[in-house]
Ligand binder design. Sequence first.
Ligand code: ZN
Ligand code: FE
Length: 261
Amino acid sequence: MNGGGMDADIRQFACLDDNFGVILHLPATERTIAIDVPDAAPYLAVLAETGWRLTDILITHHHWDHVQGLEALKAETGARATGPEMSRDRIVGLDAGVSDGERLEIGGLLLEAIGTPGHTLDQISWFAPQIGFAHTGDTLFSLGCGRVFEGDMAMMWSSLDKLADRLPGDTRIYCGHEYTLSNARFALTIDPQNTALVARAEEVEALRSAGRPALPTTMSQELATNPFLRARDPAIRAGLGMETASDAEVFAEIRRRKDSF
Ligand code: ZN
Ligand code: FE
């Protein structure tokens, strides 16, 4: 996980009810990057504890539970915020906008903005290939995916498929929410014979009952266990009676079932 000589210290912590806060620190260049700001206070607590000086903030999408603490965190730290260009007018405090395929460099760390619309139209997943890190916002969760609010089912499926295609298997995936336990229980209804999923669900039950997070995950683990990435799987299709449907239709059926689970 140290390609290109980069090294990063990554902190993940709880925010609000079930959001994650994430901070990345680059010791070589003394840059510190926050991803989303559900609430400023837990970010400030991590900065106080570590002594890191926040320099940059990256935003995944415009929802309040991802940007609510942005202005307060900027006011305390003077950090520069970059997020979806599409939401420049609605995210207060954004200094710069990026669109799908654009790259940023922060203290030697390359960050790619991968447009992954569906949950919202502006959604960006942030990928740092040098350190095998991605933050998928409310697009890809462990064993789940975000609800489809602004886009449509085909758009969300193509965003998930794009992540599966672009992120190497060993990429450590962070995301916006700790929904893994309910995602695991739902996933077992869709893919009950999947032994990798059964094992992961047991692990998640144990982690969560010990008060520990089930994230980060990896892309290879999600490809093996997350039903929302597995619309091509013959056993899942057979279970749904959708052997001849398109991948997007199978995904849409799984998403609809989860919406009412
Ligand atoms: Zn959201
Ligand atoms: Fe959210």
